[in-house]
Design a protein around this ligand. Structure first.
Ligand code: MF3
Ligand code: CO
Ligand code: CO
Length: 305
């Protein structure tokens, strides 16, 4: 009896899911048809072909007119994210979230950036529990205890604004709540090192340091990115220790979007070519802001107001 219990303990707490808490493993469901965007809404370069035409080589320094447009598009993304956050409840499908995001974008005259970006089939990314990022909205109803990241990017006034948050659905276990809270703290740590003259790589050091203090692992596979009239461009923002060159200068805009896992850092991409999941089934959480480097510090552009 005693021996058996030791074996059980070994198998269940060390080998399978070691204290990851109580949650459902998520598998992709059925995806509804691609939505249309009215003719009068300005479109990004890839909306027909799926391939962005911009080839940005250096970290762009934006002038005041561009900065104002970035402020407007980022504010819209943040406001839509806030509205969607209030709507989230048990039983709602991620496809319902997509429908709401798509409707709000069009209502405000914006194009939902994910739609047909490198052939992504929906208007928003929704990533539940063990889905790390780039989850495709589908017919799976949200369950009590899920955590769901909603990643909203809008193309508005010629510029993309990009942000995400991880929301708690109903009653989430302690392990899930800590993971979500730790991830938001790590994003703040990353933002706090931003100022003119700082290295882009300082962000990754700060985030990895804080994550390890909080006993979590950063998923290294996904990076923040420069953003503007293009969705993704230089600089690359690593969320772990790195040797990426270059310093922040006033007028640069980029995202910081760390993903933390309860388990191991390995991820795999499913057959839909988008959905990233943890190999060990651990939950992950992610938060994202678009920021602007100012003359004396940093401005978070994706705050709702
Ligand atoms: N919003 C994501 C990011 O933070 C990118 C999603 S690409 C998509 O960079 F095609 F999946 F939308
Ligand atoms: Co995003
Ligand atoms: Co992003």
């Amino acid at each position: 009896m005693k021996f058996n219990q030791i074996i059980r303990h070994f198998f269940f707490s060390k080998k399978s899911k070691p204290n990851f808490g109580k949650y459902s493993i998520v598998h992709p469901g059925k995806v509804s048809p691609k939505k249309q965007v009215p003719d009068n809404i300005p479109k990004p370069s890839y909306f027909r072909t799926g391939e962005p035409s911009e080839n940005v080589m250096v970290s762009e320094i934006k002038q005041s007119g561009q900065i104002q447009s970035m402020r407007d598009s980022c504010r819209l993304a943040a406001n839509i994210l806030e509205t969607v956050g209030h709507s989230i409840k048990v039983g709602q499908t991620t496809d319902d979230i997509d429908t709401l995001v798509h409707k709000l974008c069009i209502q405000y005259g914006a194009y939902p950036s994910p739609l047909n970006y490198k052939n992504f089939p929906k208007s928003v990314c929704t990533s539940v529990n063990n889905v790390t990022c780039h989850g495709i909205p589908d017919d799976r109803p949200l369950e009590d205890g899920d955590i769901v990241n909603v990643d909203i990017t809008v193309f508005y006034k010629g510029y993309h604004g990009d942000c995400s948050k991880t929301f708690l659905v109903g009653n989430v276990d302690e392990e899930g709540k800590w993971l979500v809270e730790a991830t938001e703290v790590c994003l703040e740590e990353g933002i706090n090192v931003c100022r003119p003259g700082a290295y882009f790589r300082d962000i990754g050091y700060a985030i990895e340091q804080k994550a390890s203090e909080l006993s979590y692992t950063v998923v290294p596979a996904f990076l923040g990115h420069g953003i503007g009239s293009y969705f993704h461009g230089p600089p690359e923002i690593y969320h772990i220790r790195n040797v990426y060159p270059g310093k922040m200068l006033p007028g640069m805009t980029f995202t910081i979007e760390p993903i933390l896992t309860q388990g191991k850092e390995e991820i795999e991409i499913l057959e839909d070519n988008w959905t990233a999941v943890t190999v060990d089934g651990a939950r992950t959480a992610q938060f994202e802001h678009t920021v602007l480097i100012t003359n004396d510090g940093v401005e978070i552009l994706t705050l709702p107001h």
